[in-house]
Design a protein around this ligand. Structure first.
Ligand code: CAA
Length: 240
């Protein structure tokens, strides 16, 4: 029986590459998305992967959405918490709304999703949770107090849940992508982006597939003894 993988923010950017890679690796995949119906419909047409719309920032919506995925595909064995947004601003200009939106999606979203699959994973004595954090959760980034805080929080929940899940056969790991060539990074003003690329020893942006391959490994049986860890995939831009 194929395992079931649920990828949040799974129809665009890094999430789309993760959905596709897991599907190719033999998983039944559900790709969650929050807003872009057009992109999701195109993704579904091109890949045949089922798409489900809800906001990870909404606990009840996560509960209902996961119930629908499980009714359609079966219990979720692999959860990839990838959904994330930016609301970049220097701190002196950041609004409480910009702070809240990013924390609600990028950090509370991980709670909302994981809390709703955790009991099932414990009962079945198997689970894989992969949290997509960020280089900016490790090193901090000017203009991203909200995002850096949320992504650092994702590393904290990863380590706490790794300890709680280990005896129940659940691994919880994080990946910290560096700057990857997605819409999110391309939205950074070109002059700022060029300065960032100049700081990457590899001399280029990463590719979404380079993150997706890390996820496939962490989801596999081969990675069963790896939990609470962080894979940094950033072209040498930052070492922990
Ligand atoms: N460190 C310290 N100060 C900085 C700075 C830095 N890196 N960058 C800018 N500043 C200062 C400027 O010198 C300026 O100071 P003064 O007002 O005293 O002159 C002040 O901050 C304002 O700078 P800007 O004029 O550039 O401000 P802005 O409002 O036009 O833009 C910004 C601010 C939106 C945050 C813009 O700088 C920006 O987009 N930065 C990029 C942030 C970033 O890296 N985002 C990553 C997005 S991709 C992602 O998040 C994916 C992932 O996981 C990696």
């Amino acid at each position: 029986m194929s395992r079931v993988a649920l990828v949040t923010g799974g129809s665009r950017g890094i999430g789309a590459a993760i959905s596709i890679a897991l599907n190719k690796a033999g998983y039944k995949v559900a790709a969650n998305y929050a807003g872009n119906d057009e992109a999701a419909a195109k993704f579904k047409d091109e890949t045949g992967i089922a798409v489900y719309k809800w906001s990870v920032a909404d606990y009840e919506a996560c509960k209902e959405g996961i119930a629908k995925v499980e009714a359609d595909l079966g219990p979720v064995d692999v959860l990839v918490n990838n959904a994330g947004i930016t609301r970049d601003a220097m701190f002196h200009r950041m609004t409480p709304e910009q702070w809240r939106e990013v924390i609600d999606t990028n950090l509370t979203g991980v709670f909302n999703m994981t809390h709703n699959v955790w009991g099932g994973m414990r009962d079945r004595k198997f689970g894989r949770v992969v949290n997509i954090s960020s280089i900016n959760g490790q090193k901090g980034q000017a203009g991203q107090a909200n995002y850096s805080a949320a992504k650092a929080g994702d590393l904290g929940i990863t380590k706490a849940l790794a300890q709680e899940g280990a005896r129940a056969g659940i691994t919880v790991n994080a990946i910290c992508p560096g700057y990857i060539g997605t819409d999110m990074v391309m939205a950074v003003p070109e002059d700022v982006r060029n300065k960032i690329i100049a700081q990457i020893p590899a001399g280029r942006l990463g590719e979404p597939e380079e993150i997706a391959r890390c996820v496939v490994f962490l989801a596999s049986d081969d990675a069963g003894f790896i939990t609470g860890s962080t894979i940094s995939a950033n072209g040498g831009q930052f070492f922990v």
